[in-house]
Design a protein around this ligand. Structure first.
Ligand SMILES: [Zn+2]
Length: 391
């Protein structure tokens, strides 16, 4: 979506700034006016970790006049594989301080504000209200829903990014123009199914891919120089070297940005995320799946049918044309790369409960075109192939 520039270009550039930002100013889409807008902009980055590292460096290089860093952690050796704003000499020291030092060393003409505290329901609105937009560089769901809700209440753009293993995704949520994070994911994944880079791993360079896209989105919002990912999720799958864009829409019943919001203030997000159990998805019916299987010959309607049961169950009976990828291998992230991001996936199990769990996990990992078969293979056998064995 193309939007008008968010930030006004009131502050003129000094000669020193014109020299420094010449490669931007040469771009007609940016020009002096765009660079003045960037100089006037105030951007808050939550987290100076994997995504925060490239985000902060590129924002600073671009000349964003005021950058806020919200971070309370310290630098650890295992961070340095991807959190390249920090250095070996900073191990054990404050990430916020370390990031500020590097940012000002890159560009001393800008201002950096440190918020060395955990973002909470108590401080979020006060911190965020002073900025034009927020970039999410965190890796936990409680903070992500908190940022979303605070940005909706303040009507600020929220540039979300997330990475896990070899996959990454981003979008821009902005109440004024389109959906919010809750429209996409009304509930967090069940607490026992949360994908985490600490346990599942992450390819360090994924941070640069997604982080730099977040910065480009920020500059697009500030200057109006390019399309903004509102109402769209852009995914990158490193294993397939492919980008994929999916449209998402505003949920008129969304609890925070819908027509009659039931949430009008911030809540306890730890509690909200810790008390989630799997929400039952109605799934697709046997006849819908049968129709999809017939239409599958047309390449445009191709999809992957995945049996998430155990191998022994698959050997006993299965739906023709399906592949077996066991539930635990998906939930551990181990076999995530066997699933395509660019085409639909339909999951099935025996009766629909395991596939429902995997569905919740996959959707939160960017597999937005995933569905599952209601009633599982038992429903399929009953309606379609009654001579096959049941168990
Ligand atoms: Zn919403």
């Amino acid at each position: 979506m193309k939007i008008d520039a968010l930030v006004d270009p009131s502050q003129k550039l000094t000669n020193e700034e014109i020299k420094r930002y010449a490669r931007h100013i040469l771009l007609p889409e940016v020009g002096s006016q765009g660079q003045q807008r960037i100089k006037n902009a105030k951007v808050l980055v939550i987290g100076a970790g994997g995504l925060g590292s490239p985000v902060l460096l590129y924002l600073a290089g671009a000349g964003v006049g005021e950058i806020g860093i919200c971070e309370f952690d310290v630098v650890e050796e295992s961070n340095l594989q991807r959190q390249i704003i920090h250095s070996n000499s900073k191990i054990g020291q404050s990430k916020a301080q370390s990031a500020k030092e590097k940012v000002l060393d890159l560009n001393p003409l800008i201002k950096v504000n440190l918020h060395e505290e955990k973002l909470t329901s108590k401080n979020a609105l006060n911190i965020i209200k002073n900025y034009d937009l927020v970039i999410d560089g965190t890796d936990n769901f409680a903070t992500r829903y908190l940022i979303n809700d605070a940005c909706v209440l303040l009507n600020k753009p929220f540039i979300w990014g997330s990475i896990y293993r070899f996959d990454g995704q981003l979008s821009v949520f902005w109440k004024k123009h389109g959906p919010c994070y809750r429209c996409l994911h009304p509930t967090p994944p069940p607490s026992n199914m949360v994908p985490s880079c600490a346990t599942g791993g992450v390819l360090g360079s994924m941070c640069a891919t997604i982080g730099s896209l977040q910065v480009t989105q920020a500059l697009a919002i500030i200057t109006g120089m390019a399309e903004v990912l509102i109402g769209e999720v852009l995914s990158y799958a490193a294993v397939q070297s492919s980008f994929n864009k999916i449209k998402i829409s505003k949920d008129q019943n969304c609890v925070i940005c819908g027509n009659n919001p039931s949430l009008t203030e911030l809540i306890d997000y730890e509690e909200f995320c810790n008390n989630q159990s799997v929400v039952l998805d109605p799934g697709i019916s046997v006849s819908e799946l049968a129709k999809m299987l017939v239409a599958k010959k047309d390449e445009a309607k191709d999809f992957l049918l995945v049996d998430v049961r155990e191998e022994s169950e698959n050997k006993l009976v299965n739906i023709a044309g399906s592949v077996l990828i066991n539930k635990d291998d998906i939930l551990s992230g181990e076999k995530l790369n066997l699933l395509p991001l660019d085409k639909p996936v339909v999951l099935y199990c025996r009766s629909g409960s395991r596939s429902n769990e995997v569905l919740a996990y996959l959707r939160h990992n960017g597999y937005l075109q995933t569905q599952h078969l209601a009633g599982g293979i038992l429903a399929w056998i009953k309606e379609m192939e009654p001579t096959k064995p049941t168990y």
